[in-house]
Design a protein around this ligand. Structure first.
Ligand code: AP5
Ligand code: MG
Length: 224
């Protein structure tokens, strides 16, 4: 069983790497952002509640996302492990996650913190394209789809996320700095935090993550 968290600012590559690792380790990617966007697209009550906050680049209330994750962890596919992408984002969410895992007799193995400078983040977000159906992520320049504007996997027309407009990006970066960045201090004392250099090709970043996991899976966390 492998229980992983991806931490990192907007555009750091959490979704890109989470999809790769989910395939590699055959564990589900639990992306609160993807789940919320699906709820918006399907006009679910949850989506109605979250839509305006997300478009403005603000965080959705803790109780809402905590509920989403608790439900996702209860599904049979999460029994083999999980890869959380975009959760937790506040200390209150991190303590709620600890409680959800303790209730199930589980714990976090590693927190993978992707480190990317702000100018690179802004460039990545301004060129990003998303598949609204399966959540696949592309970039106009660095990771273009095989056929322009269409998802490689299911031919769905790709879209730009509403929160990738410059003003929402600024707000998301500020939310990250004010509420999420300090989670590294939350996880550091447990010996589970692994900070990974997130600049380079997606293959290079994946290689760094896998070798950091391989080293640590052999030796185990510093403070189990
Ligand atoms: P969420 O969907 O989680 O967005 P985010 O954290 O802002 O992160 P992104 O998805 O924008 O970036 P990413 O790190 O996944 O990067 P990606 O792989 O796409 O959350 C959206 C909103 O939902 C929040 O603002 C909030 O409102 C709400 N929400 C979600 N979770 C919440 C929570 N827990 N609490 C409260 N509210 C919550 O890569 C970005 C681009 O770069 C892509 O184009 C990609 O192709 C490219 N790229 C990736 N890696 C590389 C590379 N190595 N080299 C070159 N290009 C690369
Ligand atoms: Mg993402």
């Amino acid at each position: 069983m492998l229980n992983l968290i991806f931490l990192g600012p907007p555009g750091a590559g959490k979704g890109t790497q989470a999809q790769r690792l989910a395939r590699r380790f055959a564990i589900p990617q639990l992306s609160t952002g993807d789940i919320l966007r699906r709820a918006v697209a399907d006009r679910m009550p949850l989506g109605k509640q979250a839509n305006a906050l997300m478009d403005a680049g603000k965080l959705v209330p803790d109780e809402v996302v905590n509920g989403i994750v608790d439900e996702a962890l209860a599904r049979p596919e999460a029994e083999r492990g999980f890869l959380l992408d975009g959760f937790p984002r506040t200390v209150a969410q991190a303590t709620a996650l600890d409680e959800m895992l303790a209730r199930r007799g589980r714990k976090i193995d590693y927190v993978l913190n992707l480190d990317v400078p702000t100018d690179v983040l802004v460039d990545r977000l301004s060129g990003r394209l998303n598949c609204p159906k399966d959540g696949s992520v592309y970039h106009l320049r660095t990771n273009p789809p095989k056929r322009p504007g269409l998802c490689d996997r299911d031919d769905t027309p790709l879209v730009q996320r509403p929160d990738d407009k410059p003003e929402a990006v600024r707000r998301r970066l500020a939310e990250y700095e004010n509420k999420t960045a300090l989670l590294t201090d939350y996880y550091k004392p447990r010996g589970v935090l692994r900070t990974i250099e997130g600049v380079g090709t997606p293959d290079e970043v994946e290689g760094r993550i896998v070798s950091s996991l391989r080293d640590n899976l052999t030796t185990g966390p510093a403070n189990p």
